[in-house]
Design a protein around this ligand. Structure first.
Ligand SMILES: Nc1ncnc2c1ncn2[C@@H]1O[C@H](COP(=O)(O)OP(=O)(O)O)[C@@H](O)[C@H]1O
Ligand SMILES: [Mg+2]
Length: 327
């Protein structure tokens, strides 16, 4: 394994790439699909790319593959949450996307919202739920209608709408099966959007529409009537403002390289931040590839842009950059 390429050689010859995918989270299937699409496109573009399904013993397997760079297509716990990123840091292997802290923060919807509130970015009011919560009182405080979410899941897993005390308690119990930290968020009635970020630049905004009560697992991956609208229909001014908000939300967590920020409007048209995905879906019909296409980038162009984060990390590790820096 080597992380010692010079910047000119990595830019022209990225060396051996390993795509990490699969894993053991609830989003394994989505990751397998995305990882296969990424691997196929990298191989078709002539790169020395290999796939590795993350199971027990993955670090030894990765070592044996003699990777120069790692392309992470893992979603959820044990892949998108900073743990794999930390292991790769220890192995000295440059990887795509956000680092340890930003990955962990973005994975935690509770702390993410606390941070945004702290710096004055708009996000729906919320409360932490626990087994002794006063369900009726809490619901009334949050406007009578809420979305209940496990703090550290993705793909809408474990989420449900509640509009009575009994529903809230049942939704908490269902979410608690996914994560012991569960939040209830004020229900947002407006339209839903998502903003991809690529190397410091927000891509065109996509509007999402579903006839289901919300953009749930079915609407995301199974239904064929979910609508993805790009150009999104906002005025240029509103789209630019939403892109700026998304970029600020992304950088406030320390995220790097690429990601996707989910946004919903309140009933009176104010954008509110839902969450940041540091490793968004990457099948060739996923949202980031869709936004990239709207910006004139093919799936392969997008992968090359994403790889720049790993290349930048390896540049930081070159002897010339670290010389004299050690304590
Ligand atoms: N406060 C809310 N009000 C209404 N719908 C919501 C709210 N929060 C989330 N949703 C719906 O649930 C979906 C998933 O929520 P999100 O916070 O993005 O979690 P995930 O990590 O599962 O994608 C959103 O895309 C949206 O359709
Ligand atoms: Mg989301």
């Amino acid at each position: 394994m080597s992380a010692t390429n010079t910047s000119s050689s990595v830019n022209t010859a990225p060396g051996r790439l390993v795509v990490l995918y699969g894993g053991q989270s609830g989003e394994r299937e989505v990751s397998l699909k995305g990882g296969e699409a990424v691997l196929a496109a990298l191989q078709a573009s002539g790169r020395d790319a290999h796939g590795l399904d993350l199971g027990p013993g993955w670090m030894a397997e990765l070592e044996a593959l003699q990777a120069d760079h790692v392309f992470i297509v893992l979603h959820g716990a044990g892949g998108e949450d900073g743990t794999v990123q930390g292991a790769l840091e220890c192995m000295g292997l440059p990887y795509t996307g956000s680092g340890v802290l930003a990955s962990a923060l973005a994975m935690d919807k509770l702390r993410c919202k606390q941070l945004w509130q702290g710096i004055g970015l708009p996000t729906a009011g919320f409360a932490l739920l626990h087994k002794d919560s006063n369900w009726t009182e809490l619901l009334a405080e949050l406007g009578g209608e809420v979305m209940v979410k496990p703090a550290s899941e993705g793909s809408s897993l474990g989420m449900a709408k509640a509009s009575s005390g009994d529903e809230l308690q049942a939704a908490w119990a269902a979410a608690d099966a996914f994560d012991s930290v569960v939040i209830a968020e004020r229900w947002l009635n407006g339209a839903e959007y998502t903003v991809a970020i690529l190397n410091g630049r927000p891509l065109p905004v996509i509007k999402l529409e579903t006839d289901r009560p919300f953009y749930d697992y079915e609407a995301k991956y199974l239904a064929d009537d979910t609508r993805y609208i790009c150009p999104c229909g906002l005025s240029t001014e509103d789209e630019t403002a939403m892109q700026a908000l998304a970029l600020e939300a992304f950088t406030s967590l320390g995220c790097e390289g690429w990601g996707r920020v989910d946004v919903m409007m309140t009933a009176d048209g104010e954008p509110h931040l839902l969450e940041v995905n540091t490793v968004p879906g990457m099948t060739d019909h996923s949202l980031v590839p869709m936004a990239a296409a709207a910006a004139g980038l093919s799936f392969t162009d997008l992968l090359i842009e994403i790889l720049k984060t790993a290349l930048n990390k390896s540049e930081k590790n070159t002897p010339s950059k670290v010389a004299g820096g050690a304590a």
